[in-house]
Design a protein around this ligand. Structure first.
Ligand code: ADP
Ligand code: MG
Ligand code: MG
Length: 902
């Protein structure tokens, strides 16, 4: 059988279905699904993504069977509609719409009103008895077709200011000026007819080709343009940002036109089944009477709220669909509820009303920002619409990150100078310097500057600059405009429809409520309320502790995940913070930070300079009370939870990097000659300190250090135990590469610990284990695992030693590795699963082969990275440990890992 390239939908029956997204694209699959659900959808058909791939690989030609299939589908549509494509008496008009697997807002193009030609126009006028409507549709067809098919898809690169769309719009403005009207609706049928002729002349002059006056030529032109636009510049750049593979291809949907611009009983609009900015469970949307779909999305007119609930202070005076067409609103409301229930997710819908009849043109899973994603997931889970696993998957780690983002300080906001109000398209607060073009935003963003991109409206050409900006502000457009959609997708602060802004792009200034804001001036946006302020206002961190939806989501994530989550923290305050973020222990307490306090560092230096063992012991023991106090506070803050404390790790010379003055002072303090200090410092110098005298190697040459630290830990633990505090210290020996190193250190630790416990006559349950961060430790993990009670992978050093890259020097070449794609990612940020990951897996397997209960965690930077967390789950680790602020993200990512790898 020949491959099927075209799938029909119409009159309650479709060949496709929602789960066929890969083949039919998102839009096509959902049009089919809606049709099958009995929802009114204008009939049409979908040309598959496989046809796109064929087209790309075969010199822009179609599979031979495609034309036949397409003609059959047109015949079906004609039968349902009772009209004929290209018919002079009763012509059928079509739209050509692209639709990839994943929605790519605005990236691909749509051509409406296909089939209007000198042959069909008279019949269309007669049928509708509305000449003005027909010429309005015609001028829209010409504009879209010239822009999308004849210029963009054809790869024509016009000079600045010579873009065909701009030229045609200028001709339209001229016509309006001549007629003395401001809106398109002020132009008469004759004006529009004349304008169409003018458009065609401009096209011929500018593009050297006539606008096609043949219905089928228009149709094929539209289809080819969709396929070509898949490899257009903008689509390719969006795909790169969003990581969408080029092989996916796009489908093409050809569909009967329905008209929202056929008078005052016609309308068009878009909606979300829940509020995409807050997550609130209310139908939310915008509509325009007597307009074609693109008018709402393009932000040419500011649209009306769809219902009474959606009205804000700023839109209260506008008429809602609920008021104007209550019956149709009711039907639409039922459909949106039906769709959300059917898909069990918030839907983003498009509809058109043609002379009192409602048609659905699109449904898809709606984009939402982080706070909305959290609210919806929790609400839908609590109402039983989705289960817990689905609920956690509904929030991406990056979206959770948005909840941890700043807001404008309300105190500062009270006294701030308000410049303008707009629509709150992307919540949160941001302050930045004003720029007017996407290129500038990108250039300054790369320099690390905070910029706010200010535009009349944005288009897909601006995405790179929108990405680089901290916030986006537009003068035009509604909550579903391009700027709003893109910003929401990225969780960016954004205000749209800020009509008070008079933006002069040439002069690079904004005139607004008596102020002049120039390029580079600071402004602050409150994207939650839609307010723009002069100057840089202070921002504050959000209060997660009183955010019920967030807390509930974390609770669900905790039920779903298998991995434990700990935090890396050295100080009691950080430990406390980690605890409130939900950490279940400390995975890494580094002790070296505890030595830099002025009094302590003196004792440390004395120890380093000591000549005899006794002197050294005396010096190091001065540190004991300090360390004991540190551990006491940390263990107390983390009562009931495990705390992994790593013994001293860095090379000693880090404690004696001294200036001449400091050497002189130290010599006086310790009463030793300066010469001696200098000689000692020289002797500590290492050519390659990262591979030098550090980690357990210190404890082996200076066992007093290990003794002192073990004593401090166990004494603190014993004191707390006496007080009735439940403590779980885990003593971690760093940088082990052979089991004998481990045994040497473990013996010291246990001996001291037993001594202390005997002295104090208490029992403390403590563990001794090791940090696995040298390849040899992984290779011999069965030997080490037979002795150690736990492993914690130190993946920073393990990455360093596996690659042979010095983390401190990698900055010199890593950027080139990334830009040349030699490495897909920075291995210090995201674990190199295929290389370093093998060593981790080997460490786990070998360790557990001799000790099935071996407790295993990770405490490198990777512990907070979602894809590394997924790896840790698969590798069978017990927990990940990350910085306190990453703990919520790690909890969510661990839940994802549990679901994905089920
Ligand atoms: P996008 O993917 O950018 O949303 P669409 O294919 O949805 O593009 O088309 C853009 C606009 O054109 C939509 O707002 C839709 O309402 C309108 N449109 C598309 N097809 C039709 C049609 N058959 N009849 C009426 N309007 C249409
Ligand atoms: Mg659409
Ligand atoms: Mg290390």
């Amino acid at each position: 059988m020949e491959k099927k390239y075209v799938y029909f939908f119409g009159a309650g029956k479709a060949e496709g279905a929602a789960q066929m997204k890969n083949l039919l694209g998102g839009k096509g699959a959902n049009l089919a699904e809606m049709t099958n659900l009995g929802i009114p959808v204008p009939p049409g058909f979908t040309i598959t993504t496989e046809a796109c791939t064929y087209y790309d690989q075969n010199d822009r030609t179609y599979p031979s069977s495609l034309e036949n299939e397409l003609m059959n589908c047109i015949k079906n549509v004609e039968e349902i509609m009772g009209t004929k494509f290209n018919d002079p008496v009763d012509p059928l008009l079509l739209s050509v719409r692209s639709g990839a697997r994943q929605s790519m807002p605005g990236m691909m193009e749509t051509v409406l009103n296909i089939g209007l030609t000198s042959n069909t126009i008279p019949g269309m006028i007669k049928k509708t008895n509305d000449e003005r409507f027909v010429y309005d549709a015609y001028r829209r067809l010409i504009t879209m077709y010239a822009d999308v098919v004849m210029e963009k898809a054809a790869g024509v690169e016009p000079e600045e200011g010579k873009e065909i769309r701009g030229l045609l719009e200028a001709a339209m403005d001229e016509a309006k000026e001549k007629r003395g009207v401001e809106l398109d609706t002020g132009l008469t049928a004759a004006d529009l007819k004349q304008l169409s002729e003018r458009f065609k002349e401009i096209i011929q002059n500018q593009l050297g080709k006539p606008f096609p006056d043949d219905s089928y030529e228009q149709l094929w032109g539209g289809i080819g343009a969709v396929f070509q636009s898949w490899n257009g510049k903008r689509a390719v750049s969006y795909r790169r940002i969003e990581n969408i593979p080029a092989e996916w291809g796009t489908a093409v949907n050809v569909q009967t036109m329905v008209f929202g611009n056929m008078g005052d009983d016609s309308a068009t609009g878009v909606g979300f089944t829940r509020n995409p900015a807050t997550g609130e469970n209310v139908f939310f949307g915008e509509w325009l009477a007597n307009a074609q779909g693109e008018d709402v999305v393009a932000g040419i007119r500011t649209p009306n709220p769809i219902n009474e609930l959606g009205k804000t202070e700023d839109t209260a005076h506008l008429k809602s669909l609920e008021e104007m067409m209550p019956e149709l609103y009711k039907q639409l409301d039922e459909i949106q509820i039906n769709l959300e229930t059917h898909y069990s997710d918030m839907q983003d819908i498009e509809f058109t009303i043609q002379q009192g009849r409602l048609w659905m043109l699109q449904t898809r899973v709606g984009k939402r920002n982080g706070p909305a994603a959290v609210t919806m997931a929790v609400d839908m889970c609590e109402s039983g619409m989705i289960d817990k696993e689905t609920a956690v998957m509904r929030v991406k780690p990056a979206q959770l990150d948005e909840l941890l983002h700043p807001m404008v300080d309300p105190e500062g906001e009270k006294i701030a100078v308000e410049l303008a109000k707009g629509l709150p398209a992307g919540p949160g607060g941001a302050a930045g310097q004003v720029v007017f073009t996407a290129d500038e935003a990108e250039a300054l963003g790369e320099q690390g500057k905070k910029v706010v991109l200010v535009r009349n409206e944005t288009s897909p050409e601006d995405v790179h600059g929108m990405h680089a900006a901290v916030a986006i502000l537009t003068a035009k457009g509604g909550m579903t405009s391009h700027a709003a959609l893109v910003a929401r997708g990225w969780g960016k602060c954004c205000i749209v429809g800020c009509s008070a802004l008079q933006i002069n792009v040439l002069k690079k200034e904004i005139h607004v409520s008596g102020h002049v804001i120039k390029e580079g001036d600071w402004i602050t946006l409150n994207g939650t309320k839609g307010r723009v302020y002069k100057d840089q206002l202070p921002l504050i961190e959000p209060d997660l502790e009183s955010n019920d939806k967030y807390l509930k989501l974390m609770e669900i994530a905790d039920q779903v995940r298998k991995l434990g989550i700990r935090a890396n923290a050295d100080r009691p305050e950080d430990a406390q913070k980690a605890r409130t973020f939900g950490a279940e222990g400390i995975g890494l307490c580094r002790t070296e930070h505890m030595f830099f306090d002025p009094e302590r560092i003196k004792a440390m230096r004395e120890m380093i300079l000591a000549e005899t063992v006794d002197e050294r012991r005396q010096a190091i023991m001065k540190l004991l009370p300090f360390q004991r106090q540190d551990f006491y506070e940390l263990l107390e803050a983390m009562h009931d939870l495990p705390v992994t404390i790593r013994l001293l790790d860095p090379p000693l010379h880090e404690f004696v990097t001294l200036t001449e003055d400091q050497i002189r002072n130290l010599a006086r303090d310790l009463d030793v000659p300066e010469e001696k200090i200098k000689n000692r410092i020289d002797s500590l110098h290492e050519l390659n300190p990262m591979l030098g005298h550090r980690g357990c190697r210190l404890g082996i040459t200076y066992p007093e250090i290990t003794e002192m630290q073990a004593r401090a830990i166990i004494e603190a633990a014993a004191m707390l135990t006496e007080k009735g505090v439940n403590v779980h210290p885990e003593i971690m020996i760093p940088l082990i590469s052979s089991v004998n190193e481990y045994k040497h250190q473990e013996q010291i630790v246990r001996k001291v610990a037993e001594e202390v416990l005997k002295e104090k006559n208490v029992t403390v349950k403590y563990l001794v284990g090791t940090m696995v961060e040298i390849p040899r430790a992984c290779l011999t993990a069965d030997r080490i695992g037979a002795e150690a009670e736990f492993f914690s992978f130190g993946t920073n050093d393990l990455t360093q030693t596996t690659f042979g890259f010095s983390r401190d020097d990698a900055g010199g070449f890593l950027p080139d590795y990334l830009s040349e794609k030699i490495l897909p990612e920075d291995p210090f940020q995201s674990l190199d699963q295929i290389g370093v990951g093998q060593l981790v897996q080997m460490g786990v397997d070998k360790g557990r082969s001799v000790n099935p209960n071996l407790k295993i965690g990770i405490c490198g930077e990777h512990g907070g990275d979602p894809s590394s967390i997924d790896f840790c789950h698969r590798a069978g680790l017990n927990y990940v440990s990350c910085s306190p602020f990453r703990v919520p993200i790690a909890r969510l990512a661990a839940a994802h890992a549990a679901v994905v790898n089920k």
